[in-house]
Structure formats: C-alpha cells, structure tokens
Design a protein around this ligand. Structure first.
Ligand code: SF4
Length: 218
C-alpha cells in the first residue's frame, strides 16, 4: 500500500497565492532537500511519520472540506506524492500543490493547481531552480512565486519575468516579501515605481496576520 511521510494535516485559511482567504485542508509532507535562508517551516525537515494513502485520505475527508493543498517541506521530494495528488483529484477534491520548483513538475496530474517558487539569490538556493519546469506550467491555473528578501532579489525577479516571458506561462506571478525582513511598503513602492503589469501581484502571507507568525498548524 502506498505511503507518505506526513508532518501534519490541518484545516485553515489559505494565506498565499490567488487562493488567499479560502478555507482548505493542508497536508504537509516531511522533508526538503533545500535550506532557504528564510525558511519558516524548518520543523517539516525531519518531523513526521509514515502513513498510508487511505489513512491520509480518511483524515482529509473528516474535515468535510473539498479543497486540499499539499505542501511541505518539498512535497515532490517524496515520489509517492505524484500518485497522492492524482488520488486526491480522483476523489473529487480541488487540489493545490505548493512546490519549491526543484523537482520535476511534468508527472503532476493536470487537474492540480501548482504554485511554484522560483528561488531568488537571497534564499541561498537559486541553483535548485529547475528551469525546465517552466515548460510544464499551465497558464490557466498555475502560479509562480518569488519570495523577495531585498532589492537584489527584486531586480532578479523582475529580470526573470521578462527573460522567460513568465506572464504568458501562469495566471499569477506573486511577489512576496520575506516576512520580518523586507517591509511591505518598500516592495510595494518598487512595484509601483516600475509599473509592473499583471499578472505580477504583491502578496502578504495572510495567515501570519490572522494568527501569531510562529503559530503552527495554520
Ligand atoms: S523549499 Fe520551502 S521548505 Fe524547503 S527550505 Fe525552502 S522554504 Fe523551507
């Protein structure tokens, strides 16, 4: 029976992406090969236990909520995640995937809404960007996210948007300041001054404003 190493399962308000504000169930998988300097889920690197698909699907179903996000850690670092995403879609859920973009997106079930990071230099993990994944994004439903620590990251993100014509590849490009490091107003000002066009958009991590920023399971 297929298994996943699961860190936590919880019901909360989506804090990021164009889905921000939507109640959903989160399945956080254990493990990540990256070590972003500003990572806010380091507890997911090692904590977790093996659980069967049936067990996880039963716990998800118990919340009575039809939208599910699979996140991490880096969920695609577990090979079984690909078939788990398909199992969720088969069960009729609206399925979101939050991924660092370091693993192959091509086997991801086409019913899944992928929110993929492009790692800026300030993360310390730029070398893990798997640029071939850009070819597998679905313009009608997928989203790209840049977590921006400083002006250098902002300039890098802006250049990548232009260089790879990212606006044609996804429905939204999220510019998200590193919480507690880059002021919201500063990033907003840069975006306004540069007249960045849609689908680029500013985002905050909404859940860090609903609950205390260090709260887990939200
Ligand atoms: S990819 Fe995500 S989970 Fe992994 S280190 Fe970076 S922020 Fe943390």
């Amino acid at each position: 029976m297929p298994q996943l190493i699961v860190n936590e399962i919880f019901h909360s308000i989506q804090g990021e992406s164009t889905w921000a504000g939507v109640p959903m169930v989160f399945v956080r998988l254990t493990g990540c090969p990256l070590r972003c300097t500003w990572c806010d889920t380091t507890y997911s690197f090692h904590e977790g236990r093996a659980r069967s698909f049936d067990e996880v699907l039963a716990e998800v179903a118990a919340y009575g909520c039809r939208t599910v996000e699979v996140t991490g850690g880096e969920p695609l670092a577990q090979q079984a995640c690909y078939s788990f995403l398909a199992a969720l879609a088969d069960a009729g859920y609206t399925v979101l995937l939050e991924t660092a973009g370091s693993h192959d997106l091509s086997p991801v079930d086409p019913r899944v809404h992928a929110i993929m990071d492009l790692k800026c230099p300030g993360s310390g993990e730029e070398r893990h960007n798997r640029w071939s994944n850009l070819e597998h994004l679905k313009p009608e439903r997928d989203e790209l996210k840049f977590v921006i620590a400083d002006r250098a990251d902002y300039e890098w993100a802006k250049a990548k948007v232009a260089e790879h014509e990212l606006g044609k590849r996804v429905k939204a490009i999220l510019f998200s300041p590193v919480f507690g490091k880059l002021e919201y107003e500063t990033l907003s000002r840069w975006m306004l001054d540069d007249r960045l066009p849609p689908p680029v958009r500013f985002q905050v991590q909404m859940h860090k404003h609903i609950w205390h920023p260090s709260t887990r399971g939200v």
